[in-house]
Design a protein around this ligand. Structure first.
Ligand code: AMP
Ligand code: MG
Length: 531
């Protein structure tokens, strides 16, 4: 375990890729470069609220909160060996090419030679978000508020413990500097506490990192970046001078399909699936106005900016991933002689996704997804979909309660167990009870084919259906408590979310369906990009 100044720093990204010759923060178009060297801007009174021990372990960092680690993770000190930079990237936002975006408030401090959770060598980028302006800040201030930084910290760690591919979070620091935000874009700006989250991933490269160079017909920088990506993260697609671009795209496509299928499994809605927020490693990145589905609703979007078009609604995430992959394919096209293989990869996405999704849906029901059972799984799954959308049903609780219903139970018995998952059980219309009664026999018949007892079925279901997820209102309560000076609510929530599949006695309040007061409260139902 080392102090932060003695970590095994590396600087491959800045050493091997073309960079911006300038090192000031003036806003500009940065050409023929993958990054600009920048320094974080110091803050007034840093206070480190959280330093995540498991993430420290990946870096071999001593998890003790010291003045030095606080200074570094709030952006007040850069230690020798660090080579801070902001990355240059572009992106399609809400379906439209937005040109250069780049790290407007994220600054990668350094790369660290550490290891993964299995102990294999792994390089990590450590990146501050909210550490001050960069050449990419456009009209904004380069800062972040506590509200959004806390949401990123909690959700990225929760996703890791849920088993969903994600970037990690090392720390959260208050800056002592207020930041002005108009959270609801209604002309009522207020000062909020500023914060810096330090996030960690093997790479923060995004689809937009490649799109920017392709959009400028800068094929030399594009090729250099793709070669760098393949050497570090996809070495199987490189042999000598030959880059297997189609193989690489296929791999990114598979990983992206898996990531989105996992989002659908746990009820996560990203909220801003712009191509600049899509990781080249298939990780969930850039936690902003995301949300967790409470009443199962494929049309739900947590992002107020998206309220009219609902492009990024829960049920549209697979289609958007497909569209985004097509943009990546287009960006990589200048590097190949024949685009047909790239086209085939993109065309394969819907099939790949639906087979993953079907498999996951069966596993959520305690069924094995791959065995040829000769049963009609489509009827089973579409019937389940209709049930879930037919009434306001809490997705998380419904699957947990279904695991407790004894096989073969009639609808009334089942309903008495599932009841608490319904938002209005008393008014539950008789047609919904009838729908449950119609679906259950199909389910019990399918369970019988599986030849498992109830204990095995509930064990399977409870290891894939979480009981604790970062519900929007739980996060909002912790944000309000932390803003008011409470220092125990945040660690308590993070501790619960470390074991999302295991019922924890005394933690019942974290597994309750959304209370009525939270239905329309900002932060609990609708979230803003203003962060
Ligand atoms: P996001 O929607 O958070 O993925 O951000 C889209 C773009 O806006 C990225 O280029 C961000 O770096 C930039 N951005 C967002 N918020 C800020 C801010 N407060 N200061 C500077 N740039 C920002
Ligand atoms: Mg972003």
């Amino acid at each position: 375990m080392s102090e932060i100044a003695s970590l095994a720093f590396e600087d491959q990204f800045v050493r091997e890729l073309p960079g911006d010759p300038r090192a000031d923060n003036t806003l500009r178009q940065v050409m023929k470069a993958c990054y600009s060297r920048v320094q974080p801007t110091a803050v007034a009174r840093p206070e480190l609220l959280v330093l995540v021990p498991e993430v420290c372990a990946l870096l071999d960092l001593d998890p003790t909160i010291t003045p030095e680690v606080t200074e570094v993770l709030a952006g007040n000190r850069v230690v020798p060996g660090m080579a801070p930079y902001a990355a240059c990237y572009g992106g399609h936002q809400f379906g439209t090419w937005a040109g250069q975006l780049g790290d407007g408030r994220a600054i990668t401090l350094a790369e660290v030679a550490g290891h993964d959770t299995e102990g294999n060598p792994q390089r990590w980028e450590i990146q501050l978000k909210g550490a001050g302006p960069t050449p990419y800040s456009r009209r904004a201030d380069g800062r972040a508020v506590l509200r959004s930084s806390l949401r990123e910290l909690v959700c990225s760690e929760a996703m890791f413990h849920l088993g969903v591919p994600t970037t990690r979070a090392l720390s959260l620091a208050l800056t002592g500097d207020p930041v002005q935000r108009d959270m609801l874009y209604d002309g009522n700006p207020r000062h909020e506490p500023g914060a810096v989250v330090c996030r960690v991933a093997p790479s923060f490269l995004r689809f937009g990192s490649y799109e920017i160079h392709a959009s400028r017909d800068d094929h030399a920088t594009l090729r250099a970046l793709v070669r760098f990506t393949l050497e570090r993260y996809y070495p199987q697609y490189i042999s000598g001078d030959r880059l297997d671009i189609a193989g690489f795209l296929e791999d990114v496509m598979q990983r992206t399909a898996f990531m989105v299928a996992e989002w659908m499994r746990v009820g996560f809605v990203h909220g801003v699936m712009n191509t600049d927020n899509m990781s080249i490693l298939g990780l969930t990145i850039d936690y902003g106005p995301y949300g967790w589905v409470e009443p199962f609703d494929l049309d739900w979007t947590p992002n107020i900016t998206d309220a009219s078009g609902r492009r990024y609604r829960f049920g549209n995430q697979p289609a958007v991933a497909h569209w985004n992959l097509a943009q990546l394919g287009r960006a990589l096209a200048p590097l190949v002689d024949d685009v047909e293989p790239l086209r085939r990869v993109i065309d394969a996405f819907p099939g790949v996704f639906s087979s993953l999704h079907r498999h996951t849906a069966l596993r959520k029901l305690g069924l094995t997804g791959h065995r040829d059972t000769g049963t009609d799984d489509e009827t089973l799954l579409s019937g389940m979909g209709e049930l879930l959308v037919g009434a306001e049903i809490d997705m998380t609780l419904w699957f947990r309660f279904l695991a407790e219903v004894p096989s073969g139970s009639p609808a009334d018995r089942a309903f008495s167990i599932l009841r608490e998952a319904y938002y209005a059980p008393a008014e539950l219309a008789s047609d919904q009870r009838t729908a449950l009664a119609a679906w259950l026999p199909t389910y019990w018949a399918r369970v019988a084919v599986e030849n498992i007892d109830d204990q095995e079925r509930s064990h399977r279901m409870n290891s894939i259906n979480p009981i604790y997820v970062p519900r929007n209102y739980l996060l909002q309560q912790v944000i309000e408590a932390t803003e008011a000076g409470n220092r125990t609510a945040l660690p308590e929530l993070m501790e619960v979310l470390r074991r999302p599949y295991v019922e924890q006695p005394g933690r019942e309040k974290f597994a309750e369906k959304r209370p009525d007061w939270a239905r329309n409260k900002p932060g609990c139902s609708m979230l803003s990009c203003s962060s």
